[in-house]
Design a binder for this molecule. Structure first.
Ligand SMILES: [Zn+2]
Length: 399
């Protein structure tokens, strides 16, 4: 339904102009879609029949070639159907008309910009959206489109400028996005071995958004690289406090820093974290340390305790794996555990590890910008489900 509403936006906007201009009764840009077929076309759109709508609008355009609204509706429909060339031709022809009023011209320019973006002609789209911002037509949509283009071009400085402008024009806060742009700049500087520059960008990120987890993570990684293990541990603990869900992301670096540090004890640190933020990767890492220091039985107890509270395949896999490695000789029970282990491994291999809180997109790796909805900082590691026992259920239903 959202899709079809989005599809209808330009048509609705165009018919809005039609109504407004009809009420003003002033000089018209083109013909007015008084034809009943225009409304029939709109109805097809509402009934989610875009092909029939296109046929109707094409016939209408043939009969009444001057109608701007019909052409706008057609252009938008062609683009959304993937026929970008046809959409571009329609919008270019509209813009070339001599007597087109400024608002319809602005609308056609915006639509043409969208066509160019869809066709991957980012330079041309950029020029049109800049023109719209300059003349003050569709300024917010054009700025948002420019931000999208600069993101695709990974031009983070220009992203920042546009975001600042958007924030000043609307009440919509852009702090999370701006902090991520600073983080992207920090990563660019880091790649170029410009460590001071990277640090400056991370400070900027945390000034814009004091809760920026990504900036703290990068700061911790840089401290570790520079050999300041104590400082790295302190920063990683700050990351855990800001966003417990991200602890698995910093875990290998945190363990490395703790092992190098003389101030922190790795096992104590992991045990403390596991009490506060019990995630499967943390349990697995703690399980490794416990296995080395206290043996298999102690590690199995730790994993069993976790599985009595949370349903998680990775921890179950480790538990079964440890069971098969215990020296119990060849027994029928051992064979059954090996079969169960195969099943669990197969299920685990198809499991996503991350999900976007905004659109539900699932991924196997962490993306700071969601590949699907393009939101920043909304893809988070999936959390294991707490175990609900039959007794809990009956208690809940009788309460
Ligand atoms: Zn998303």
């Amino acid at each position: 339904m959202i899709e079809i509403l989005f599809l209808l936006l330009p048509v609705a906007a165009a018919s809005g102009w039609w109504v407004a201009r009809r009420e003003r009764g002033g000089k018209r840009d083109g013909g007015v879609p008084s034809h009943p077929d225009f409304l029939r076309g709109l109805n097809y759109l509402l009934e989610e029949q875009p092909d029939k709508a296109i046929d109707t609008f094409i016939k209408l355009a043939e009969v009444d070639g001057e109608t701007v609204e019909t052409h706008l509706a057609l252009g938008s429909l062609f683009r959304r159907r993937g026929e970008v060339d046809r959409a571009i031709r329609i919008h270019q022809n509209l813009i070339a008309r001599k007597h087109l009023g400024p608002d319809l011209r602005g609308y056609a320019l915006y639509e043409l910009g969208q066509d160019y973006m869809r066709a991957g002609l980012l330079d041309r789209a950029e020029g049109l959206f800049e023109e719209l911002v300059e003349i003050g037509l569709h300024r917010l949509s054009a700025l948002n489109a420019l931000r999208e283009i600069y993101q695709q071009e990974r031009d983070w400085l220009r992203c920042l400028r546009v975001a600042e402008r958007l924030q000043s024009l609307t009440d919509q806060p852009m702090t999370a996005e701006m902090a991520h742009y600073h983080c992207e700049l920090a990563e660019d500087a880091h790649r170029k071995q410009d460590f001071d520059g990277a640090r400056r960008c991370l400070t900027e990120a945390q000034m814009v958004d004091p809760n920026c987890i990504r900036a703290a993570m990068l700061e911790g990684m840089m401290a570790l690289e520079e050999g300041d293990s104590d400082q790295a541990v302190v920063i990683f603990l700050r990351v855990a406090k800001r966003g417990a869900a991200y602890v698995p992301e910093i875990l290998p670096s945190l363990i490395e820093a703790a092992e190098r540090s003389r101030r922190f004890d790795t096992r104590g640190l992991l045990e403390d974290l596991a009490k506060r933020y019990p995630s499967p990767p943390l349990l697995l890492s703690l399980g490794d340390v416990v296995l080395q220091e206290s043996g298999a039985e102690a590690a199995l107890d730790l994993l069993t305790l976790y599985l009595s509270r949370f349903a998680d395949l990775a921890v179950l896999e480790r538990l079964l794996d440890l069971e098969t490695r215990l020296d119990l000789g060849i027994t029928p029970g051992r064979h059954r555990i090996a079969i169960a282990l195969d099943v669990v491994r197969q299920l685990l291999s198809g499991q996503p590890a991350y999900q976007c809180e905004q659109c539900g997109f699932q991924a196997r790796a962490l993306h700071w910008q969601c590949p699907s909805c393009k939101c920043w900082g909304r893809v988070v590691p999936l959390q294991p489900e707490p175990i609900v026992r039959e007794t809990d259920r009956t208690e809940a239903s009788s309460a």
